[in-house]
Write a protein that binds this ligand. Structure first.
Ligand code: GLN
Length: 279
């Protein structure tokens, strides 16, 4: 079988199962089976598929048909211009989260925070991007040891100066030690799981997605801890869940000011920034 035929057949199988972007997915899976990039497929469409590549490709298609996200099959997702290794222990980095990184970078270029902490780092995509873009050390925590092993692998790949520590939110940080806190915390309300894409609900780690009944539960604990761990006039940036802006602003209202809200490309408020008031 040629690469061109394999691509057509794979696309047809995925289309039949009503999976989105069937052609692109088949290309990604076939090039992964060949351990080549996608451009290779076009230059070699009449080459014969080796038996080994054919076995790999068949397995990847089968996994995708069972609902596994493509990124967990290829173990790769691009974020802020770099490829990150991912597996089922971490959330697949989302393009919306790049707004959080951008906001933190803009702030940092102006105010040069010394101690930057990423809470709930997951794949480490945020912490690694910040450390590399700002060329400075970043601290990153996660409650999941499995996630931390993915995150440290990613930081190592890029030689990024990120120091990882295992703890619940900011519990391990000394009082008034953080200049800039960033986080994309779990914020999906439990009840939303019924309406979620199955790829997300059945495959991505629940500890990274779900917060509790309202979706504000982790923000509430994180904001309470942040008021202690962040230095007076230090800043935070959080990613926001759907419809969580008002709730999060309310939680911040008593001790934080200088609010900044960034919308994503779909027009949803996606990032909130705030500064801790002086005591
Ligand atoms: N944005 C993710 C989703 O919609 C959730 C990420 C999170 O909970 N922080 O699936």
């Amino acid at each position: 079988m040629t690469l061109g035929t394999a691509l057509q057949q794979g696309t047809a199988i995925l289309e039949k199962a009503s999976l989105p972007v069937a052609r692109l997915t088949a290309e990604v899976l076939l090039s992964h089976a060949l351990r080549r990039d996608r451009a290779y497929l076009y230059a070699h469409s009449t080459d014969e598929l080796t038996e080994l590549a054919w076995i790999h490709y068949g397995r990847y298609l089968d996994e995708r048909l069972k609902g596994k996200p493509t990124q967990y099959i290829t173990h790769k997702q691009e974020f802020f211009g770099r490829d990150f290794y991912v597996n089922g222990d971490v959330l697949i980095p989302r393009p919306e989260t790049e707004h959080l990184v951008e906001a933190a970078i803009s702030y940092s270029r102006l105010f040069q925070p010394r101690t930057i902490v990423d809470v709930g780092t997951g794949s480490g995509a945020i912490a690694t991007s910040l450390a590399l873009e700002l060329e400075q050390p970043v601290w990153a925590s996660d409650i999941s040891l499995a996630a931390l092993s993915v995150a440290s692998r990613n930081a190592k790949t890029y030689n990024a100066p990120v120091a990882f520590f295992a703890c619940d939110l900011l519990e391990a940080m000394r009082p008034a030690s953080v200049d800039l806190l960033v986080s994309n915390p779990p914020y999906v309300p439990g009840a939303d799981s019924a309406n979620m894409q199955v790829e997300v609900r059945d495959w991505e780690p629940h500890v990274a997605l779900f917060a509790g009944d309202t979706g504000l539960e982790i923000y509430r604990r994180l904001i309470a801890q942040a008021a202690v761990a962040v230095k007076p006039r230090g800043r935070l940036y959080f990613e926001l869940g759907y419809r969580s802006l008002d709730g999060v602003r309310e939680l911040l209202s008593s001790q934080w000011d200088d609010f900044e809200v960034v919308s994503d490309l779909a027009g949803w408020p996606r990032v909130i920034g705030a500064t801790l008031c002086s005591p």
